[in-house]
Write a protein that binds this ligand. Structure first.
Ligand code: ATP
Length: 245
């Protein structure tokens, strides 16, 4: 087994129960969609190790990580809030992802500059976050996540604050960075915009009521043949659209 597996995971927030089974294949890019409160962030938090399941096992890159803390799991995570250090430059913010003991050496700086170039921010290396736009900051966060080359990449709505054109640009950047890697990471991405999955995600998982209700190829899950619950959700998202029967 490889990639990311949640196997018989049970969890609860107060009296809200969650039961997750999910198999993200090695090198696959999967979108997590579903209504607000379905448990998308909870699933990601379990995968990241920020919260511990009541039962079940989590496998990542062929390792059982259930009892392992977030820092020891073979993953990077990018949140909606870019998580940059305000007092560091873009170059330092990226380099710190690979700097042992948080000491940034010359080699780490060089690699950080290269990673910034790959996300189109070669000229921004010496800027601090306050002097960058939201989209630029998110690109710095992505460059850092990519430079770490962890086997698993978790994305929790990293582009939510951006408009549709910029979101698409970010996803294309991510797809291009991924394509450059000999061994691309397994990606699990929460999105409130199912259309974002088109063209970049291999499969889509639909969550509702604290469980994974359906998993399928992206075109199928977002098309007319999608399971009824998914069509109902997608219909409800389209202003003026009739919910599917
Ligand atoms: N720390 C917490 N304590 C108690 N309940 C929580 C906590 N975090 C989340 N919940 C509840 O668990 C449920 C799932 O939350 P979660 O954030 O995983 O959903 P989501 O699918 O990511 O939603 P959204 O699309 O709105 O971000 C919600 O009903 C939420 O109120």
């Amino acid at each position: 087994m490889n990639g990311l597996q949640l196997d018989g995971i049970l969890f609860h927030h107060d009296d809200a129960p969650f039961r997750f089974d999910l198999d993200v294949r090695r090198g696959e890019w999967m979108a997590l969609i579903g209504p607000s409160g379905a448990g998308k962030s909870t699933l990601l938090d379990l995968a990241a190790g920020f919260i511990a399941p009541d039962a079940g096992r989590i496998q990542m890159a062929a390792r059982d990580v259930t009892d392992t803390g977030p820092a020891e799991r073979p993953l990077s995570i990018v949140f909606q809030d870019d998580n940059l250090f305000p007092h560091l430059t873009a170059e330092e913010n990226v380099a710190i992802g690979i700097a042992p003991g948080l000491r940034i050496g010359r080699r780490a700086r060089e690699r950080a500059r290269q990673a910034l170039g790959e996300v189109g921010l070669g000229a921004f290396a010496q800027r601090r976050p306050a002097a960058m736009s939201g989209g630029e900051r998110q690109r710095v966060g992505l460059a850092r996540a990519f430079l770490r080359e962890r086997p698993v990449l978790l994305l929790d709505e990293p582009f939510a604050a951006l408009g549709p054109a910029l979101r698409r640009q970010m996803l294309d950047l991510l797809a291009a960075s991924r394509a450059r890697r000999a061994d691309p990471p397994t990606v699990l991405m929460v999105t409130h915009h199912p259309e974002d999955a088109r063209g970049v995600c291999d499969r889509v998982a639909f969550l509702e009521g604290g469980v994974v209700r359906a998993v399928g190829e992206t075109d199928l899950m977002l098309g007319a043949q999608a399971p009824t619950a998914v069509r109902r959700y997608l219909g409800a998202l389209t202003p003026g659209a009739e919910p599917a029967p």
